[in-house]
Design a protein around this ligand. Sequence first.
Ligand code: ADP
Length: 623
Amino acid sequence: MSDVETPHLNARAAYGRLWREWLAPHWHKMMVAFGFMLIVALSTAGYAKFMEWVISALEHKDPTVIWWGPLGIIGLTFSKGVGHYLQQVVQNNVLSRVQADMQKHMYDRLVYMDLAFLLAEAPAALAARFSADIELVRQASIVVFGSVRDILTLVAAIIVMLSIDWAMAIGLVLVFALAFGPIGIAGARIRRISSSTQSEIAHMTEAVNEGLTGIRMVRTYQLEEWLKKTSDDVFDKLQVLRVSLVKWQALITPMIEVLAGIAIAVLLLLVALRMQSGAIDLAGFIGLITALGVATNPARKLGGAYAVGLQGMAALERVYALFDAKNDIADGTFTYADGVKPRGEIEFRDVSFVYPDGYAALHDINLTIEAGQTYAFVGRSGAGKSTVFNLLPRLFDATKGSILIDGVELTDHQLGSLRNQISVVSQDSILLSGTVLENIGFGREGATLEACIAAAKAAAADEFISALPDGYNTRIDPSKSSFSGGERQRLSIARAMLRDAPILLLDEPTSALDAQSEAAIRQGLDALSKGRTTLVIAHRLATILDADQIVVMDKGRIVDQGTHEELLKRGGIYADLFNLQFDMKAEHSTRKRGRSFAGRKRKRGLLEMVSRFVSLGHNNDHL
Ligand code: ADP
């Protein structure tokens, strides 16, 4: 099982890693951004110092202040504005790069990740890591950057205050911290209550929804009272939270007014004392007040940054968990020597398999599949046929026992080489964005155009591809591809044909195709499986009858194996199910008569019935 656990991170570890692995490579740009932050901090705090000089010059009736005063103010605000702008530009440049790098890395991890890990999480949750989590990391990084600027500004403002009158500076900071501390506490309380309110509202919606969507069951089982009781609790809880929220919200405004009043009164007292003792003049006082003013904004923002920083940390934890998940499917070393043609013989020895969620899907499978032969797997949906297929390319590793290809254990094969020996044609023939040619060419690295066209011809796909507006260069948009099921199937056969692997895993389509498509596909598949070891999850009678061997599966076990005739004669599950659905004798005599037209027609009638018996709502999500 893949390792999805990560130890709980602390802020230093989380952001430290963000710095080391993602931001540090851009350190020179970060230094530039830091330089601009310094400009912003100095111009902001310098503004206060400058005000002191201006007022002092006015007090002393200095005539030159008339030009340097306004110019200085403009200069300072201008440098602050430009510094701010350039800091944002450089910072955004770095953070967008980092965001894209993280997304690329995450995607890279995901496409190589063990299926066991991917299936453990809903696709939507994985997608959310790309968008929501990485975005949260970016937002938090912006806030952390901003906090550095705010700290610099705060420090610079305090230095300005100290330079004017250290005693007043300390007094002012203390008065404001003491006055506004309680407001911060009330604010945090309000945030906590409103987030509990949010989650209670979610519970309420859930409860109401549940009750209404399951109303039939509720009525039949007379669960109304029980339902009412559980939802009444939710409504009551919400009401208590609302009362508490409004109480705290109502408290904030008078609290601010009273505390601000007290702060100003203490401030006046301090000013009066210091001015009487001659420690500061009016200019100094104005400088101090201005410095205090410019310090409040960064101080307030630093308080808010904490919450965003925590959110970012939680997002980082989730992102790192994905980055650090370990693959359990280890690579082997065996490759076929040059010039040795893989035969494609497969052997299952006492193979059992348990899915990561604990579901035991296969039990003691023993099966030898001879090279070049076709084995049809039949059995009800959920019997374990797709699971057998999943094990061969090592999408999952067997929990017990061993599987050998050409006498070599799967785990000893080099993964790339192993997968090169296998082609898959599944029901839901997957197309990727790209041209038709590329979609066939995915089958084999470095395939030539001629080889692709030859494969398409052999798969009976050349005709419809040539009729496309741009022929082989027609672009496919998988989300709105207008290819029919039959055409997709033929493209996928062409891809497998080009791949030319000795082993073919074939999951026959269950959905009915028109007769012409079906004939074309049969022709393609016959050509494809020729000379290859073919394992087919069979849904058509024709396929079952043509197979060299039929493997009957039930509840994760192989319950019988043989040719159609042998299996019928033996009278096991196969015969039971078959007799249940078909007029066996008629079908049999049809077959003995050879493939007369009448026989084929009869068989087609039976095809639909047999697919019901072998597929019974077959699902193919797992390959
Ligand atoms: P078949 O192909 O014969 O319909 P499968 O091999 O798809 O059967 O499934 C065999 C059993 O394993 C089923 O009960 C199915 O629900 C279960 N199964 C399939 N895939 C998974 C999975 N990823 N996690 C847990 N159980 C699974």
